[in-house]
Design a protein around this ligand. Structure first.
Ligand code: SF4
Length: 180
């Protein structure tokens, strides 16, 4: 790795669970604190972290209704909002990686959130025949981010964090680090 400084680019709620979807009647515990597993991993391996904006919170706040990807897609202005945020994140990553010489900044991965209609990498939720299904698709924001990342000429791996199975993302990170 030489003088490279590795960074992880994290979905906002991995560092601030308060922005996760919450509705009256839901336990508040799921919205307190951060995803400790990924932060501990970053600390142990001397990896920096960058926090992306939360597209749902910045558009709807909290509490907000539970929505699937298709429902967010049809929410007026939401796709454009995601596109603006994604463009800004991609530009930031382009700047960080293109003008860092010593140490050179290297983006290890972009980490989204499993089953999120906005931040899923391969597990967005969709209404199919009236039922909510997990489908192998990116969320609205990750869709836009992938496009802008490609437009900036960046080649970055996408991973998904599952709040119910946090170790899966850690296995993914170990796999990426082992390849270096
Ligand atoms: S998964 Fe994405 S949209 Fe949902 S709370 Fe986290 S950062 Fe916000």
């Amino acid at each position: 790795m030489g003088m490279e400084s590795r960074v992880l680019v994290l979905a906002h709620c991995l560092l601030n669970k308060a922005t996760r979807w919450w509705q009256e009647g839901k336990p508040l515990e799921r919205n307190i604190g951060l995803a400790a597993e990924i932060i501990e991993y970053a600390l142990r391996h001397n990896i920096g972290v960058i926090q992306m904006p939360c597209p749902e919170f910045t558009f709807c706040g909290n509490p907000r209704p539970s929505r699937t990807k298709d429902e967010y897609e049809s929410l007026p202005g939401f796709k454009e909002h995601c596109d603006r945020l994604a463009r800004s994140v991609a530009e930031q990553l382009k700047t960080l990686t293109s003008i860092s010489v010593r140490p050179r900044i290297y983006v290890l991965a972009i980490v989204g959130v499993r089953r999120s209609p906005s931040c899923a990498v391969r597990s967005a939720t969709r209404k199919v025949c009236g039922e909510v299904k997990v489908v192998e698709e990116r969320g609205v924001f990750m869709d836009a981010l992938e496009r802008h990342i490609a437009r900036e000429g960046l080649n970055v791996e996408f991973l998904e964090f599952d709040f119910d199975h946090p170790q899966e993302a850690i296995i993914g990170l170990k796999r990426i680090l082992a390849r270096e």
